[in-house]
Ligand binder design. Structure first.
Ligand SMILES: [Zn+2]
Length: 117
């Protein structure tokens, strides 16, 4: 029994993956590095929820992965466009029980408990 709703069919998912792969070469090294971290955090959550039901227990609240990140604000001419990124700031990642998607929430300079749902 899988409590997570499927968000897209197999063909649609393949399209999404193909589109991401063609976009990757257009990104800069810092952007790719940032994306890599996000990908690993999402993978952790995805693998955890793919564990067979008999091998896992689920808390009332979904588990949250907390991580410090350096970020780019996107403003033209800002120091971060030259690679001097802002932060570090804390972010929390969890899988939404409703949508089944990984949600990323900004927490601020100090780590604080993330209220899920
Ligand atoms: Zn900036």
């Amino acid at each position: 029994m899988n409590p997570l709703p499927k968000t897209a069919g197999g063909a649609r998912r393949q399209q999404i993956v193909a589109r991401i792969k063609t976009t990757l070469p257009k990104l800069t090294a810092p952007e790719l590095r940032e994306l890599g971290k996000t990908l690993l955090a999402a993978l952790e959550v995805a693998e955890a929820s793919a564990t067979p039901a008999k091998d896992r227990t689920v808390d009332q609240k979904p588990s949250v992965v907390y991580r410090k990140e350096l970020v780019r604000c996107g403003k033209e001419g800002c120091k971060c466009s030259e690679g001097e990124l802002h932060g570090p700031y804390w972010y929390g990642y969890y899988r939404s029980p409703r949508s089944g998607r990984v949600v990323k929430k900004y927490l601020g300079k100090e780590k604080r408990e993330l209220r899920v749902r």
